[in-house]
Design a protein around this ligand. Structure first.
Ligand SMILES: [Zn+2]
Length: 74
């Protein structure tokens, strides 16, 4: 089995990216994103509360940009 990978979900990751909410179409600045228990990175929209699954870019806060939303989680 080897060593399991480190747990990467359920804690905020600092970032300066933005996304467009798939539900309400707001442009949201991401202060942090989280991972589901399945390891899917997502951001919660502050306007409508939708959980937007996003592409994890690995960009740092000094590399702002708009990241794609893949789908809504709930
Ligand atoms: Zn929204």
């Amino acid at each position: 089995m080897g060593c399991p990978p480190p747990v990467q979900y359920d804690f905020p990751v600092p970032t300066a990216q933005q996304f467009i909410c798939k539900k309400c179409r707001s442009l949201v600045t991401i202060e942090s994103f989280r991972h589901t228990s399945d390891g899917i990175p997502y951001c919660r929209c502050p306007n409508c509360g939708a959980k937007n699954a996003v592409v994890e870019t690995g960009l740092t806060p000094s590399q702002p940009g708009i990241i794609p939303v893949t789908r809504l989680l709930d």
